[in-house]
Write a protein that binds this ligand. Structure first.
Ligand code: FPP
Length: 239
């Protein structure tokens, strides 16, 4: 059962990194500069993850809806993705962090996709932690893609319709081997899921901070984590 242990170890944190645009506006710089500062915040977050004993981090880096932004911003984000991967590969390797991606990756531009695939391959055997980039990701798309894969297996007589339950359906999601997030953090104060991990966040604790993503640092992360353990303890007290 979920949420029943008094000291449930925080294993997987998922983050909606919102507020780069507002940060840019407040600092009088371009939106893409806001995203660059956001990427620096990601770098710092990865460095602090092992300190907090977190095994999995999932970052909502580009949603299926983000294609609607200006071509300049989309291209800027895709270039930034490649730059981020290339700049951080050595750190991932040194620290034993495996990189994974979740989403319709095949639709990303070739230069970012190749960098991503290369880093995923090179870090595949790392075991200290896992960094998941949700890219061209949408929770509804993921569920639709899973339903299609299931239907194909039914047609090919690999599975019977009556065998489908929550656990079997999960096997058809993008990264079925990854445990569900225990905590979902959203920056910049919006109280929405924005199509993020709709299946996987069913039982997650949710923490929202007004801090804009580029300002999200180790201390902010610690606040969120302390909040998580406090909630767990309260629940245990009632149990
Ligand atoms: C939301 O802020 C953020 C994004 C759509 C992109 C997230 C990207 C990064 C943090 C930088 C790159 C990260 C990696 C891993 C390469 P927003 O633009 O919607 O902000 P706003 O709501 O204030 O306009």
């Amino acid at each position: 059962m979920v949420n029943e242990s008094q000291e449930k170890q925080l294993c997987h944190v998922a983050l909606i990194m919102d507020g780069n645009g507002r940060w840019a506006q407040r600092h009088g710089v371009s939106r893409i500069e806001g995203h660059k500062q956001g990427a620096i915040a990601v770098q710092k977050l990865i460095e602090s993850a092992s300190e907090f004993g977190i095994k999995y981090i999932t970052l909502y880096a580009f949603s299926t809806e983000n294609w609607k932004r200006s071509r300049e911003e989309v291209n800027g984000l895709m270039d930034l993705l490649k730059e981020f991967i290339d700049n951080n590969l050595e750190h991932l390797q040194k620290n034993g962090i495996r990189l994974l991606a979740s989403g319709r990756i095949e639709q990303l531009p070739e230069h970012s996709r190749e960098s991503l695939k290369n880093a995923i391959k090179l870090t595949a055997d790392n075991t200290s932690g896992t960094l998941i980039l949700a890219l061209n990701y949408g929770g509804r798309s993921e569920i639709c893609d899973a339903a299609k894969k299931f239907a194909h297996d039914v047609v090919k007589h690999k599975i019977d319709i009556d065998e489908l339950d929550e656990s079997r359906f999960r096997d058809y999601l993008y990264l079925s081997e990854v445990p569900d997030p225990d905590l979902m953090i959203r920056t910049s104060g919006e109280l929405r899921l924005s199509n993020f991990l709709l299946w996987q966040l069913s039982y997650a604790e949710i923490y929202v901070t007004d801090t804009l993503w580029p300002d999200f640092d180790r201390d902010e992360m610690k606040k969120a984590i302390d909040g998580y353990y406090q909630r767990e303890r309260r629940f245990g007290g009632r149990g």
